[in-house]
Design a protein around this ligand. Structure first.
Ligand code: CMC
Length: 431
């Protein structure tokens, strides 16, 4: 905390209160308003948390104006170019890039936690074949809290580490099994010689009757997408995990609440919504009509995959993935595919349109990720589970950081009450 203070004046009685400033290493400082209520008798009011820091964190830095995203100080574009998803997981969890031995140990730990308990596998049969994979993911991950009682002492750093390893390792297996369940195919178990993304592709697309060769272009694109989605500081799902975790809840249950928050179309559900929107638009000739609908305040239609709460100039993840998107389309000879042509035309026109330019609404990471997933043959309802797999490390890292903080307290916001004032109970016969 700096010695500087922030002065707040109360016009009602001309008094003022000095509130301490909380400085980080980079970015906008916060004002510590915790004393405001006792000193001035008011709360702060910030619905949707557009101006509120809920915690201090060492993990990820975002500069929304300049389109900067860094994990533990490393720019995400450098990590996407030189690193791998598993190395990024180690970095996010531990704060430093691993040396060769640390990396090998970490890879071994993740690889050897990928299988699911057979009792857990039986849970899939309780889901109807057409259940959304995100519903299955929420249920199965929540059910992990019914296992591992001997290693869920949330105050024990070793237990927290085992939890993080288990979550990162099992998420691809859980998500792939949800997909296999939905199409009625046998679940395919993990293969230890494959890397993280390749293993996931195999568990999704292999069948027992045939050999399956993982396409290295697909595995590389997926690995980069996982890196770009690995963490994003206090986004809605991470804040949900932190909030649930702040009660001392079982960590697997806390992750399940994060998965539920991710599902919404304003957050992780956007990648699925982009593809549904492109199918709805249907043809390049319809783009102007849908742009008008997106601008019309009386029309609920929004251009999915455009805009971001924090990035107001460009989404650095979108910039990186746009290049991969074109590469993947070329690799699969899909540049002339009607849906992709439509996406590129939508991107071109929206980037020139005054409404979108004035509001700084640019294509975000999920505009392109949906297109890449589609090109890789991943079914649309699996797009958000892909996001969940990648973000698991972010959730685990934030949960662990919070748990290690001796000052952690239950997260409990207040409200401005707008309901009835005091009134007396009326007997049912007199209402
Ligand atoms: N299409 C049309 N208009 C939009 C859009 C859009 N996609 N996004 C924002 N606007 C307008 C909005 O109507 C408002 O206009 P006005 O100032 O005239 O009232 C203005 O732009 C500001 O929007 P907002 O809703 O106040 O911004 P927000 O920060 O609350 O919402 C958002 C951010 C991402 C939820 C929103 O832009 C959106 O719904 N985008 C589409 C969904 C999407 O792609 N989400 C994925 C985000 S990236 C993945 C992740 O990190 O989760």
């Amino acid at each position: 905390m700096t010695s500087e203070a922030f002065k707040i004046s109360n016009p009602q009685d001309d008094s003022s209160t000095e509130l301490p400033l909380v400085d980080g290493t980079l970015g906008t400082p916060g004002v510590d308003v915790r004393g405001l209520n006792t000193k001035q008798g008011v709360f702060t009011y910030d619905p949707a948390f557009t101006a509120t820091c809920s915690c201090k964190s060492d993990i990820t830095f975002i500069d929304g104006e300049n389109g900067i995203l860094m994990y533990r100080g490393y720019p995400v574009d450098q990590l996407a170019e030189h690193s791998s998803y598993l190395e990024v997981c180690y970095l996010l969890l531990n704060g430093e890039l691993p040396n060769a031995t640390e990396m090998e140990d970490f890879r071994h730990a993740i690889t050897h936690h990928t299988m699911l308990n057979e009792s857990l596998v039986k849970f899939y049969d309780g889901f109807h074949y057409d259940a959304h994979p995100m519903a299955i993911l929420t249920g199965i991950v929540g059910s992990l809290s019914a296992f591992y009682h001997d290693t869920t002492d949330i105050r024990n750093p070793e237990h927290r580490e085992i939890f993080a390893h288990r979550m990162i390792a099992k998420m691809p297996t859980i998500a792939a099994a949800a997909y296999k369940h939905s199409i009625g195919q046998p679940k395919i178990g993990p293969k230890n010689h494959l890397d993280y993304a390749a293993n996931f592709l195999r568990m999704c697309f292999a069948v027992p009757a045939e050999e399956y060769e993982v396409d290295p272009v697909a595995a590389k694109a997926l690995d980069v997408l996982f890196i770009l989605h690995a963490d994003h500081e206090q986004n809605a799902s991470t804040s949900t995990v932190r909030m649930a975790g702040s009660t001392g809840a079982n960590p697997y249950a806390a992750i399940s609440s994060g998965i539920a928050a991710l599902w919404g179309p304003a957050h992780g559900g956007a990648n699925e919504a982009v593809l549904n929107m492109l199918n709805q638009i249907g043809d390049v000739s319809q783009v102007p009509k849908y742009l008008e609908k997106a601008k019309d305040k009386n029309d609920p239609f929004r251009l999915m995959g455009f805009g971001h709460r924090v990035y107001k100039n460009f989404d650095p993840r979108a910039k990186i993935i746009r290049g991969y998107c074109h590469e993947v389309l070329e690799h699969y000879g899909m540049q002339n595919n009607k849906l992709f042509e439509l996406a590129l035309e939508l991107e071109r026109i929206a980037l020139e349109d005054d409404y979108f330019v004035e509001r700084k609404l640019y294509p975000n990471v999920d505009f392109y990720s949906g297109i890449i997933y589609q090109a890789l043959g991943i079914p649309v309802n699996m797009f958000t589970p892909m996001f969940a797999i990648a973000r698991t490390v972010g959730w685990a890292a934030h949960w662990s950081e919070m748990m290690a903080d001796p000052g952690m307290r239950i997260a409990r916001p207040r409200q401005v009450y707008t309901g009835y004032k005091l009134r007396d109970y009326v007997d049912i016969n007199n209402r």
